[in-house]
Design a protein around this ligand. Structure first.
Ligand code: SF4
Ligand code: SF4
Length: 208
């Protein structure tokens, strides 16, 4: 009889403990994310693929197409092209093969203008490797559209201003050409047929 009552009490205590857990979570804020309808807030330390930093002052990227990032990348996955626009050099293409990226961060660290950062993008899926190729420039333009900022166009090469071209020093004449101008032609210095190659000295003239 005693053991029977003890079992009932133990069962009742278990029931209360279980209900306590249920009630505690019932009043707590919901943490379940309704993926994919809801988006997670990623930690500041999260590393997604690299992207351009949008400068709030200029409302565009800070890249100067110096190619340091593409040369430093151990996987050689950054495909970058730049064009001269006046005195500046700007990127006209910045594409990454994200499926090759080890997220080492070298490209972000080496950038002299702090133009790169890791995105917080985690919802990446595709059916082929080509789906992992990311156009960083186009992504930046999409971000600008979302923010209502002016969209940075893909730059076209522009010739330098006339004043700059004139200010450039003219190429110096090659030394060989300058020397040639000083030396008389070989035909003029050569002795005529029958003539001595060097003029006769006064002693030689007396002998004759
Ligand atoms: S994080 Fe590393 S592997 Fe990825 S693009 Fe940058 S340098 Fe290359
Ligand atoms: S290192 Fe920075 S500035 Fe240079 S090309 Fe890469 S992103 Fe642009």
């Amino acid at each position: 009889m005693t053991s029977y009552v003890k079992e009932i009490l133990t069962g009742f205590y278990s029931l209360l403990a279980g209900m306590g857990v249920t009630i505690r979570y019932f009043v707590k804020p919901i943490v379940t994310v309704q993926y994919p309808r809801e988006k997670l807030q990623m930690s500041p330390a999260y590393r997604g693929h690299t992207e351009f930093v949008l400068d709030p002052e200029t409302k565009t990227h800070r890249c100067i197409a110096c190619e340091l990032c593409s040369r430093t990348c151990p996987s050689q996955l950054i495909h970058l092209e730049g064009v001269k626009v006046g005195k500046k050099k700007l990127p006209s293409k910045y594409v990454i093969e994200y499926h090759l990226c080890s997220l080492c961060g070298l490209c972000v660290e080496v950038c002299p203008t702090q133009a790169l950062q890791f995105s917080k993008e985690y919802r990446l899926a595709g059916y082929s490797r080509e789906d992992a190729v990311i156009d960083v420039f186009a992504r930046m333009q999409a971000q600008q559209r979302r923010l209502g900022w002016p969209v940075t166009p893909i730059p076209e090469p522009q010739p330098e201003a006339e004043g700059e071209a004139e200010a450039k020093p003219k190429p110096a004449k090659p030394k060989a050409a300058a020397k040639k101008a000083e030396i008389p032609p070989a035909a003029e210095t050569a002795a005529a047929p029958g003539e001595p190659e060097t003029p006769a000295t006064p002693a030689e003239e007396e002998k004759t």
